[in-house]
Design a protein around this ligand. Sequence first.
Ligand SMILES: *Cc1c(COP(=O)(O)O)cnc(C)c1O
Length: 429
Amino acid sequence: MKFNKSEKLYKKGLKNLVGAVNSPVRAFSSVGGNPLFIKKAKGTKITDVDGNEYVDLVLSYGPMILGHRHKKVEKAAKKALKNGYSFGASTEAEIKLAKIVCDAFPNMDKVRFVNSGTEAVLSGIRLARAYTGKDKIIKFSGCYHGHQDALLVAAGSGLATLSLPGSKGVPEGAVKNTLIAEYNNLESVKKHFENDDNIAAVIIEPIGGNMGVVIPQNNFLKELKDFLESKGALLIADEVMTGFRSKFGGAQELLGVTADITCLGKVIGGGFPVGAYGAREEIMQEVAPLGGMYQAGTLSGNPIAMAGGIATLTELKKQNPYEKFEEIGAILEVILLETAKKYNVDLVVNRFGSMLNPFFTNVEVTNFEQAQTSDTQKFAVFFWEMIKNGVFLPPSQFEAWFLSSALSDKDIQKIANAVDKAMYKVSTI
Ligand SMILES: *Cc1c(COP(=O)(O)O)cnc(C)c1O
């Protein structure tokens, strides 16, 4: 397998782009080598500029849940394109997508569309503060909520991969209202409330996806919600990754917990830049033009993106692939674990529906600290061997792998073969 053209583009890209990438997770910092440049993708396959074809388990970090270039999504976007790209005024498509989204989440009467997950979360946080009149936010170590200043502390994969404690350029003042708790540890949340009545909300990835996949244990989310209610603080579910992916109604539907404010992104745009935040009527009344919380966007509700989102969610609802995801996920989990056993490699697999990933560790992973016991060098070897055998994975131990509804038995067979080769290679180092 050759990567000559990718290598050439990488070198060329270094001149005017930072690290030749527009998002650091795309750099191959933690696995070594140069990032691949992609030419095209279709269905479950992605092809790099050298013509190498891979089964794609990155799926643009989640959005391409139907596989690439689903014909209905493509048709809808093309149709919208003909009418113009952006108007700075309302369109019917926004109302349609809003209805689909609000119908999917029981505690959401109104929604506001933005252009990314980061924007969705920073707006959701502002909303929680506006509604409660309080300043502080609790986040969990290892959870990532986009790159806004206030939440760039103890923030999961991108940062873990680069081993940065937080980020340069974030002033102390910007994080002074951010408190950190430990995932799956309610006591660590309660402690913050002991001497503090200025906490507006707790934000959580209801299924952790940015420290690798980490699953809420027992009744953690329910108990968290009950506790917050008793304290008059809000629960913000950051479902940018899990919304429409874990279930149509996101992780909340699956786990039987309703958040006060829900943030969405990724799947909601089907590959186009869409984010959203929503809540029940009384909370959304705070948002301008109804209320005094300002939040705006020149390209928000972009007609092409809305068309892509509507088509993606409509098709997703029709296909209802969530059982299929569960089955495929279980198959991949078994493949990974049995292959690891065959070659005597320590491995833990965490999985929730269509998100899963192996950790090269022998420690059960229920929080960020445990995730970090993973051997990232082993992952790097594993990663490159998977690439060489035709499977495209996120280039980090701490990123989830994503499944699409387009995956076929043949794809799974290809993944299984690659896992066998890759795990063998890991066992030899
Ligand atoms: C990806 C992600 C974000 C950020 O979304 P962007 O579209 O990259 O800005 C926020 N929260 C979670 C849970 C995510 O997975």
